[in-house]
Design a protein around this ligand. Sequence first.
Ligand code: 8YV
Length: 314
Amino acid sequence: MTRPDLIAVGSYFDWDIERMEAEYTLHSVKTPDEIGGLPEGVRSAARALAFKGHTPVNGAHMDFLPNLGIIANYGVGFDAIDIAAATERGIKVTNTPDVLNDDVADLAVAMILAQSRRIVQGSEWVRSGNWAGKGDFALNRKVSGAKAGIVGLGRIGREIADRLAAFKMEIHYHSRGEKETPGWTFHADPVSLAKAVDYLVVALVGGKETQNYVSAEVIRALGPNGVVVNISRGTTIDEAALLDALEKGEIAGAGLDVFLNEPDIDPRFLALDNVVLQPHQGSGTVATRKAMGQLQCNNIAAFLAGRDLLTPVN
Ligand code: 8YV
């Protein structure tokens, strides 16, 4: 029996390639723009596409694949894929939720701790010989017992809030509606949330609806003791306003795993000492990336076998 064709867009790990090659005739390209360059026979035979990355996938890319039925995204966030264009063409889109919640939440907490306890600078103090040469490291900021505000109390936001509650923090949140969260305080608007807290953790979905959701006004409301943490998408924060506020000391600092124009981020970030910068690695552990690849493949297998999709988004 001939194996189904699968188009894989993006850079995959060897274990993903092996898994895909075991089941499918694999056609790999690095970016969506290369789809049109695949042989016509491959493009018309392919019913499934595995997508990994953040480069936009639009209707024109989909039109190169007349029999495409599924785009299986590697990642929980599917803002790179034009969902309306997929739906119009009868193409199902899936993502990889839940398997990465713990890792992303862990990194949010790590950035709060690293920013406030100056972990990176402390390490440098030891390595540079300053500890022995100059003496004790400067005192820094207590985390436990502070007030945390989560913007977007979805699956990842809740994991972050649960972890911060274990740090004896008072938990506040803003989301589309109030949730069943005894002991946590709901804020109907993000400015009110920012005013009430020390740490503002952004856990929104990406995409047009949340662009600049954390606006200049929200950032200002956080005030000079406030720290912004973002593990969602660079687009969810007004990045220019954030940089201005950080440079002027209008807020205390930030912990950022996501940016506009990754990986060529705004160089103004690099000059700031009050910011912890991470290379979009929230889900970047071996265990979680393997689970994401597996879920992506399970969705493809379900589609091709005519079964219900595990994690559909449209
Ligand atoms: C990426 C992510 O998918 O899940 C998401 O939404 O942003 C990440 O886990 C990962 O960087 C691979 O592109």
